[in-house]
Structure formats: C-alpha cells, structure tokens
Design a protein around this ligand. Sequence first.
Ligand SMILES: [Zn+2]
Ligand SMILES: [Zn+2]
Length: 149
Amino acid sequence: MEKIIAENGMAKCTAVLKKCGLKMTAPRLEIMQYLNKHHDHPTAAKIYSELKKKNPSLSRTTVYNTLETLAKHSVLQVIFITEKEMRYDCNIKMHHHFVCKSCGTIMDIDVRCKFLDEMLNGEHVVQEVHGYFKGICAQCNSKKGKKSS
Ligand SMILES: [Zn+2]
Ligand SMILES: [Zn+2]
C-alpha cells in the first residue's frame, strides 16, 4: 500500500519537473516528495535534517541549491511569513496563510476574495500574493483555555 502511494507521488513530481523544463534528479525528487507529504511549510533546515536521516550522504548545499532552483522555476513557493526564515510550500496556487504565534504552525487558508480575483484576472501579471493572518491557532487556544480554568 505504502509503495503505491510513494510511486504515485513520484509520478506526480516527475511530471511537474518535466512541465517546468527541469531535469529529474534525485535531490529534486526527494525534496518534492517530502513537501508533497508535509504541508506544514517546513524551513530548508528542517527539510535537510529530515532527508539526511534517509540519505546520510546528502549535503546541506545540495538541499539549499535545489530549493532555490525549484523555487525559481515555480515548482515550489517560498513563503516569507516570519522575518527570519523562508518556508517552502509545494502548493503553488495563490493562497493565504495563517501562522500561530504560539506554536509556529503555518496553515493554508483558502480565501475567496473578489478583489484578489479581480487582480489575478486583470491587466497586471501577478506573480506573488502574500496574505498572512497571524494569531493563536485553535489547538493552542484550547490548551490555554484549559490551563486557566
Ligand atoms: Zn498554535
Ligand atoms: Zn501554503
């Protein structure tokens, strides 16, 4: 069962690379598959440390350079949601994010906004949309509520 899922992920990643005119390389596939499985918008450091567990010969430079290449070719989106770090997202559709100031979780928010739609279908070519909501996530908020009562 797990093997089938892995293969499907692989086929999807290969197709995306082909569409973007990029060669298929092992690090590219590994990073894309990781991001397809983990929608928590990981940092480059997190991706590197997770992939390194399975592939000890993987270098930090390879991971950082590969992320840069994939982002440049719009295979991935770079999210500048906090001042100090870049986070990576394999969902390249325009979408907004919610970040929890308490646990640092970043979630996708599907915003239906007529102004956004007007911009996207307008005369300008929109290449990036940065829409961030910041606050305390439901999980942290319920924990806080329990503590104080
Ligand atoms: Zn939280
Ligand atoms: Zn996202």
